[in-house]
Design a protein around this ligand. Sequence first.
Ligand SMILES: [Zn+2]
Length: 258
Amino acid sequence: MHPPEVKAEALELIAAGLNDCEVSRRLGVPRRTIMDWRRPTYAPRNGRPRERECCPRCWRDAKEMSFTPADYAELLATYLGDGVLSATARTCRLRIALDAKYPRLIEEVRELIGRCLPENRVDIVQRKGCVNVSVYSCHLPCLFPQHGPGKKHERPIVLEPWQRNLVAAAPWAFIRGCIRTDGCAFINRTDIHRAEPYEYLSYEFSNMSKDIVDLFLEACDRVGVFTRANCNPRGRWSVRINRRDSVAAMLEHVGLKT
Ligand SMILES: [Zn+2]
């Protein structure tokens, strides 16, 4: 609850012609609350133009953005895995390069971006063996502050507190995004010369960035998935998940890559 004087001040600023974003920024009150104060009865808008949205990070005007913790966590992991942000003359582009042999995954990444940025066009471009899913928005650097020059494993990848909160609220979605980009599920076969060889499913996540691997391990810890991490001499980390209960949980929440 906000003190009545804050609401009164908000109504004054609204009356003075400030938009919801500006009032929200000045008073440190969520924009939704300002909107409710402006229209307390949830009255139908009677065809009035929709309230202009603003970016939750930089407060500048923006097209609609809509993030559940799960959608944000999955999109962040997808960006950290296979995504690149690049500046164009007037805006910014997020490109996610996916293996063309996983059509369902490509479609789901397209839908994921579509849910998060419902007013932005999502493009799918085929390149040999690879499909680029991309979207343009000048607020992409606000949403992914880990962007920067060079490769991700050559710079620190540190989440901001608001990102940590969203990932902590939806660890499975973060794990799903990690496995779908830099991970895989595969069949392990025990030594065929043994008396009773058998096969079992394992998951692996692999990345050159220790920071990204740590984020993956933290999310696995949070949901009780048992992991074993190794780094090869060339600096590539690989995280194996092969305990039966952990694999069963991964199969349920992450699924296979198709
Ligand atoms: Zn922004």
